[in-house]
Design a binder for this molecule. Structure first.
Ligand SMILES: [Ca+2]
Length: 256
């Protein structure tokens, strides 16, 4: 009997600790569309700072994944309905532990016209029109109001961030710092996903997608040399790393 009580207590503590995290798991069933992005690494849930194996066998830890989406549109028979200008997916809170990582990082969009759509389109990064603005144009709570996400040297928002550390010499110490930041209008990418989306007033419509960090760093044939630890400046050869990551969103980000 004592053992059962102890077990129950542990279970309660487990669920209480899950609930306490800022990002809910499962996520709230708010009326409207909820765009859900579940971080993965090689098909497994992405837990920040956990150890994963890179394509060359080296160990690495991802400490941050973040990216903007913009110009989100629902499409029916080729006709677009805009539903969101810009949103920021910051995985730093939701992907700290398994429960909320499996639930995913999400953006809620209300007031969607009732209909059945056959496609969703959006840009990865900040659309050129919005990228011509600066954080000072916004409140700090707006997705574009974060001054740390704007790089004046690029005259651009940072479209995506993949950060972490890797163990390049296999001695168990993660000495290599990787900071891959992308930006500039040339790196803006369009994404289109064909799927049936039915919206009805007062109804929760989730669209679940995944984004696999290994697929951002490696396209199967080529992999980023993690020894190239930075993706900047824009005029350096290392910028190819940033372009490679943005190109890879096409396959790394997909319907769940
Ligand atoms: Ca090492």
């Amino acid at each position: 009997m004592k053992q059962w009580s102890l077990c129950l207590l542990i279970c309660c503590l487990f669920f209480a600790s899950c609930k306490k995290d800022k990002k809910e798991c499962p996520i709230p069933e708010t009326p409207g569309i909820t765009l859900i992005f579940k971080g993965l690494f090689n098909g497994e849930p992405l837990i920040l700072n956990n150890e994963y194996t890179y394509s060359n066998g080296n160990k690495l830890r991802i400490s941050q994944l973040e990216f903007y989406i913009s110009d989100v549109r629902l499409v029916k028979n080729g006709v677009e309905t805009p539903i969101l200008d810009v949103g920021l997916l910051d995985f730093s809170v939701s992907h700290n532990e398994e429960c909320s990582a499996k639930a995913g990082e999400y953006i809620e969009i209300a007031n969607i016209p009732d209909d059945t759509y056959d496609e969703i389109r959006f840009g990865i990064g900040v659309s050129p029109t919005l990228n011509a603005t600066v954080p000072e144009d916004y409140l700090a709570t707006h997705p574009l109001g974060r001054s740390v996400n704007h790089w004046s040297a690029w005259n651009s928002y940072i479209f995506a961030k993949v950060e972490g550390r890797s163990d390049e010499d296999g001695n168990g110490e993660f000495e290599n710092n990787i900071v891959y930041h992308t930006g500039n209008d040339i790196m803006y990418r369009e994404k289109s996903i064909s799927t049936t989306i039915t919206t009805k007033s007062g109804t929760h419509t989730p669209i679940s997608m995944v984004v696999d960090v290994l697929d951002l760093l490696s396209d199967g044939g080529n992999s980023i040399d993690l020894g190239i630890s930075h993706s900047s400046p824009l005029d350096s050869a290392a910028v190819e790393t940033a372009v490679f990551i943005m190109d890879n969103f096409d396959t790394a980000l997909r319907l769940e």
